[in-house]
Design a protein around this ligand. Structure first.
Ligand SMILES: O=C(O)CCC(=O)C(=O)O
Length: 269
């Protein structure tokens, strides 16, 4: 359970470091599962598995840069499904989203290999999920390696979850600092200052779906593997305005609560 001080910190900043939630053995088991899925050796398959930076033309990526993104590894691996239902994480997400019911919206692996690991652009999650509302989802990002400044940990902009949707204006400078293309659109007093969000192996970090975040290259000799589960509170509705990889799995009508086999219930108080 999160303390009131932690709840206040999340409310203020839009992100929060939690406890170590996985033992070393549990991390090892998930790493082994990840290898199976990444190598195409799992019987069941995820929704997506690709090099995410391949489409980053405007950032002038070289083809040698890689971020392996796997969406819905829980569909390919029972161990990752069990992870999504982790009791501590679900209880704390329920606290942060003020709900008594949680479903998986989707999950994602982001693996930045040593030396060649590429960046994850500055973004807000909810604008990239144009088929669900309201914008009050919270994600649990669990490190499968220590995520450090050296190997490309996430960076966050404190307070940015309260500034609305600025996704189309976000970019980075040469040092991977976030830059707003039209800063006059920001609310008064908004301070665009990013801070590193280093997370230990097995530790959980929470972030709100409107918090500005991104992660730079991994130039280190160490892998940077992580599993993020994006949780929907029970009141999340299907409100399609544009495409998304999960769209083909939706079985409810527009305006209805987003339920169904591909959005499983993982927590009920
Ligand atoms: O793993 C990363 O560096 C980025 C993950 C992310 O954007 C997210 O979990 O919302």
């Amino acid at each position: 359970m999160l303390s009131q001080a932690q709840m206040n910190e999340f409310e203020k900043n839009g992100f929060l470091k939690g406890d170590i939630v996985l033992s070393d053995a549990e991390v090892e088991a998930l790493r082994a599962e990840l290898d199976l899925v990444m190598n195409g050796q799992s019987v069941k398959k995820p929704v997506l598995s690709h090099n995410m930076v391949a489409g980053y033309d405007e950032m002038k990526m070289t083809v040698s840069e890689t971020v392996v993104q796997i969406v819905n590894i829980w569909m390919a691996s029972d161990a990752f499904f069990q992870h999504a239902a982790n009791k501590t994480i679900c209880e704390e997400i329920a606290q942060l989203t003020h709900t008594d019911q949680l479903r998986i919206w989707h999950d994602q692996i982001q693996y930045k290999p040593p030396v060649t690991g590429g960046p994850t652009k500055w973004h807000q999650d909810h604008p990239l999920w144009p088929i669900i509302t309201p914008s009050d989802l919270v994600s649990a990002w669990v490190a499968l390696d220590d995520a450090t400044i050296e190997n490309g940990c996430m960076w966050m902009v404190p307070g940015s979850h309260k500034w609305g949707n600025h996704q189309q204006y976000l970019q980075s400078d040469a040092e991977f600092k976030p830059v707003h293309k039209q800063p006059e659109l920001l609310p008064e007093g908004a301070n665009v200052e990013a801070v590193p969000f280093e997370i230990k192996k097995g530790q959980v970090g929470y972030h709100h779906c409107l918090t500005w975040h991104g992660s730079p290259n991994n130039h280190s000799q160490h892998k940077r593997r992580a599993i993020a589960v994006h949780y929907m509170p029970g009141h999340t509705r299907y409100t399609p305005t544009s495409g998304h990889p999960m769209l083909p799995f939706v079985t409810v009508e527009a305006g209805e609560l987003l339920t169904g086999d591909h959005f499983p219930l993982v927590y009920q108080k």
